[in-house]
Ligand binder design. Structure first.
Ligand code: IPM
Ligand code: MN
Length: 365
């Protein structure tokens, strides 16, 4: 039976990076004998223009009928002054909530050919490889009451026990398969909700005696991520803190245009680049498709257990960068400047080369 993938290209550069990544995805699927069907929907500003709302019930239903969802990017200057619930960002939050995507996974890894492109020194970042587990459907993003009037504005940071437990478990499971080190990030010196978070993580940790746990305040974590990023393996944290820490972590790589993410719940999964819709370069075939292609790699790995396919895509990205191909956002070293479509084509070509090399390797053994 064919695997059904819902595509939400969204706004700005979303459609361009999406179609570049779809080319790679279809090719890889074919190589691994996987049959894929895609359905496409509107989300974000484009949906507002068409339907007067950034996310329709039809789009939500389409996502629920699919095996996984791929999202490009949403938002743009044009829709910034809309009412809160009509903004493209509100659609993203609603979709995360509707699909129950409580775990957001954002890897922070240094591409060796890029080690000079980060704003941080090479000796600080070389070998960095950690992953942020951000809680995505709770905390201050969703807590009630929230609102503002003429005199005040308010939000509520609240976590229920089961919300902390389930993300902590996911993070511990992954830490167990990595370097067995988990850092739980909170603000327990000030916030009661963080004291509770810490208590629940400590309880869960009893089931994972092989994983070393430490607790870190979020302000200190922000400093530590740029001071000595190699100390981290798995970071687990709440929605707002994870939003901030994952952007800081992103700069280790040199550009947000490189960073993939996975949002996973009990039933559904969604993969999207960490970057935004970059309206200033939209429609010009300039955007970096790597974050979207790397998100497809995460999809093969985490949703379909096709770790090999994911590794080959990652290797193809690395090889393309090693050869000096650069999109405009990452051309710090005056490399070979290429378009969105050309970058995706180079990655696909390198995938083919690596795929055949590995196959030949098997046959000549
Ligand atoms: C992210 C973004 C979103 C968030 C916005 C666009 C709602 O910053 O995915 O990190 O704050 O979660
Ligand atoms: Mn963010």
């Amino acid at each position: 039976m064919a695997t059904n993938i819902a595509l939400l290209p969204g706004d700005g550069i979303g459609p361009e990076v999406m179609s570049a990544a779809i080319g790679v995805m279809k090719h890889v699927a074919e190589r691994f004998n996987m049959e894929i069907e895609t359905t496409e929907g509107l989300m974000g500003g484009c949906s507002y223009e068409e339907h007067g709302t950034p996310l329709t019930d039809e789009t939500i239903e389409m996502c629920k009928r699919s095996d996984v969802v791929l999202l490009g990017a949403v938002g743009g200057y044009k829709w910034e002054s809309l009412e809160h619930h009509l903004k493209p960002e509100a659609a993203l939050l609603k979709l995360r909530k509707e699909l129950g995507l409580f775990t957001n996974i954002r890897p922070a890894k240094v591409y060796p050919s890029f080690v000079n492109s980060s704003s941080l020194k090479e000796e600080v970042i070389l070998g960095t490889d950690f992953v942020v587990f951000r809680e995505l459907t709770g905390g201050i993003y969703f807590g009630k009451p929230s609102g503002y009037d003429e005199n005040k504005g308010w939000n509520t940071m609240v976590y229920e026990k089961h919300e902390i437990e389930r993300i902590a478990r996911q993070a511990f499971e992954v830490a167990r398969k990595r370097k067995k080190k988990l850092t739980s990030v909170d603000k327990a010196n000030v916030l009661e909700v963080s004291q509770f978070w810490r208590k629940v993580v400590e309880e869960v940790s009893k089931d994972y005696p092989d994983v070393e746990v430490n607790n870190m305040y979020v302000d200190n974590t922000a400093m530590q991520v740029v001071r000595d990023p190699r100390q981290f393996d798995v970071i687990v944290t709440s929605n707002l803190f994870g939003d901030i820490i994952s952007d800081i972590a992103g700069m280790i790589t040199g550009s947000l245009g490189m960073l993939p993410s996975a949002s996973i719940g009990e039933k559904y999964a969604l993969y999207e680049p960490v970057h935004g819709s970059a309206p200033d370069i939209a429609g010009q075939n300039k955007a970096n498709p790597i974050a979207m292609i790397a998100s497809v790699a995460m999809m093969f790995d985490l949703s379909f257990g096709m770790t090999k396919a994911a590794q080959l895509i990652d290797k193809a990205i690395e090889k393309t960068l090693e050869h000096g191909y650069r999109t405009v956002d990452i051309n710090f070293d005056n490399g070979n400047l290429v378009s969105t479509t050309k970058m995706a084509q180079m990655i696909l070509d390198n995938f083919e080369i690596i795929y055949h090399e590995e196959h030949l390797g098997v046959f000549t053994l």
